[in-house]
Design a protein around this ligand. Structure first.
Ligand code: NAD
Length: 487
């Protein structure tokens, strides 16, 4: 059985406790994971705090930090296949997706390597004589990074990359479900040569490890990705240390298809948008909003494609949909689908978990026209698509915005002016037009409403890991006059 360790203060160590990790494809234990509790969390945060102010890290130039990040990017690229296999083994995400995604994770580190020495301060044209005033941009401090089980290397890279570019130190908490790839990634951080304590990587359960990390007095910022309910705990805990937070949460993203769209392309994008990663994707296009005149045709196209999907072992390159990450997830989705059908939704395909070993659930489509179905409101985080139809553009927009989430959205149409109107009208942090689920380190990513706040990706994300310091320098040699007048 594989055994994994924490990475704290530049060393690999066992946790205060340990637990078994389950292979979701077979439902059997395959590895032993360390479990951090308050003591490990405290050790990791103290190591990060020390590394922020002492030793080699604060003395490095931004260019030197960038060079370490380039090295890390190269190591991620060289080890992408090993990391992908670990992620597939521990979370059930199919190898086709993990290998492509992790190879691209290297590009995120490369992008932020280039940004490290482009974070500039400012000289202010101040309204007083004989004064020079500058803004220095300094690292925010020790950052707590908390990620969910899906795509842990990707979701941590969008935090670790900009934070290192900005000069922060950090404690990264991998999800208790499937932490293997992130714990293994720590070996690459070590090999790249980051000074001890700059990056610490631990895992443990949310209520103990995650909460202790988020409210630790030495944490300046919590970068969280997960569900809205957990985010509320994170924000409540931040009332103790007054840390700032950035929250990347879930979604119930609309996928709008107009009758004039290229329906074959739209169907392929929709299938990938909802069934890739077995639907365990924050940007899953889980609400199809389709023009009524083409609804039957489009849904039939989707049904045929969904039923042709190869469900199988996640480590098999031919597999297109693998298991869900946990049994809890498989059970929840089963309950939500059953509730939706009870509320009047019509099952087009799928609908029941697949019996046998592993946590499999087939691609499922629910027709929810004229039904108040929970599947139009709640995030399933699974392979379930809910369909409604519309007559007019205004109705499409109203349906799309009828959600408390606001992460992503998709529009398929050949009508350029309509596409522009929708780009403006959609209340979501991302609008994809005639495409879906494309990301890049250069493009900011994040949502509105219950989908959270803060943006990952792009230059702005690196600036978000800095705080400004205002420097006043008096340039006159004249004596300072009357001390009781503020100047
Ligand atoms: P979750 O919210 O249950 O857990 C996320 C992380 O938070 C885990 O590491 C967990 O241990 C930790 N945690 C739990 N309680 C905590 C607490 N009190 N304090 C601090 N940390 C705590 O999420 P999940 O179920 O693992 O993942 C699914 C959710 O993540 C979905 O809602 C999905 O949409 C969202 N997600 C969002 C994005 C995005 O970028 N917007 C990306 C992927 C997933």
């Amino acid at each position: 059985m594989r055994r994994f360790q924490h990475y704290i203060d530049g060393e690999f160590s066992d946790g205060e406790a340990c637990y078994s990790s389950i292979d979701p494809a077979s439902g059997t234990v395959w590895a032993e994971m360390p479990e951090a509790r308050e003591g490990d969390v405290d050790r990791a945060v103290n190591a990060a705090d020390k590394a922020l102010y002492e030793g080699a890290w604060p003395k490095m130039t931004a260019t030197q930090r960038g060079k370490l990040l380039y090295k890390l990017a190269d190591l991620v690229a060289a080890n992408a296949q090993v990391l992908a296999e670990l992620e597939t083994r521990d979370t059930g995400k199919i190898i086709r997706e993990t290998s492509a995604q992790i190879a691209y994770v290297a590009e995120y580190y490369r992008y932020y390597a280039g940004i490290a020495d482009k974070i500039e301060g400012a000289y202010l044209p101040i309204d007083k004589p004989d004064m020079d005033v500058w803004l220095r941009r300094e690292p925010t401090g020790v950052v707590a990074m908390v990620v969910p089980w899906n795509s842990q290397l990707f979701l941590s890279a969008v935090k670790i990359g900009p934070a290192l570019a900005a000069g922060c130190t950090m404690v990264v908490k991998a999800s208790e479900d499937g932490p293997a790839p992130l714990l293994e990634f720590a070996r690459l951080v070590h090999e790249a040569g980051f000074p001890a304590g700059v990056v610490n990587i631990i895992t443990g359960f949310g209520a103990s490890c995650g909460a202790a990390l988020g409210r630790h007095p030495k944490i300046a910022h919590v970068a969280f990705t997960g569900g809205p309910e957990t985010a509320r705990h994170v924000v409540r805990n931040s009332a103790e240390n007054l840390a700032s937070t950035s929250l990347e949460l879930g979604g119930k993203s609309p996928f709008i298809v107009f009758a004039d769209a290229d329906l074959e392309s739209a169907a392929n994008a929709q299938v990938a948008g909802i069934f890739a990663a077995t639907g365990q994707s924050c940007v899953a296009g889980s609400r199809l909003i389709v023009e009524r005149s083409v609804k039957d045709k489009f849904v039939a196209l989707l049904r045929d494609k969904a039923e042709a999907i190869r469900i199988g072992a996640p480590l098999d390159m031919a597999t297109e949909v693998g298991p869900l990450a946990t049994k809890r997830q498989q059970d929840n989705i089963g309950v939500l689908v059953a509730k939706s059908i009870e509320s009047g939704a019509r099952l087009v395909t799928g609908g029941r978990k697949i019996d046998g070993d592993g946590y499999y659930f087939p691609p499922t489509i629910l027709d929810c026209d004229d039904v108040a179905s929970p599947s139009l409101i709640e995030e399933f985080f699974g392979p379930v698509l809910s369909v409604v139809s519309f007559e007019t553009e205004a109705e499409a927009l109203r349906l799309a915005n009828d959600t408390r989430y606001g992460l992503a959205s998709g529009v398929f149409t050949q009508n350029l002016t309509r596409a522009h109107r929708l780009m403006k009208g959609l209340r979501a942090g991302i609008v994809w037009v005639n495409t879906y689920r494309v990301v890049s380190p250069i493009a900011p990513f994040g949502g509105f409403g219950l989908s959270g706040h803060g943006r990952e990706g792009g230059m702005a994300a690196a600036l978000d890991y800095t705080r400004t310091k205002t420097i006043w320098l008096r340039t006159s040699d004249d004596p300072i006059p009357d001390p009781f007048v503020m100047r």
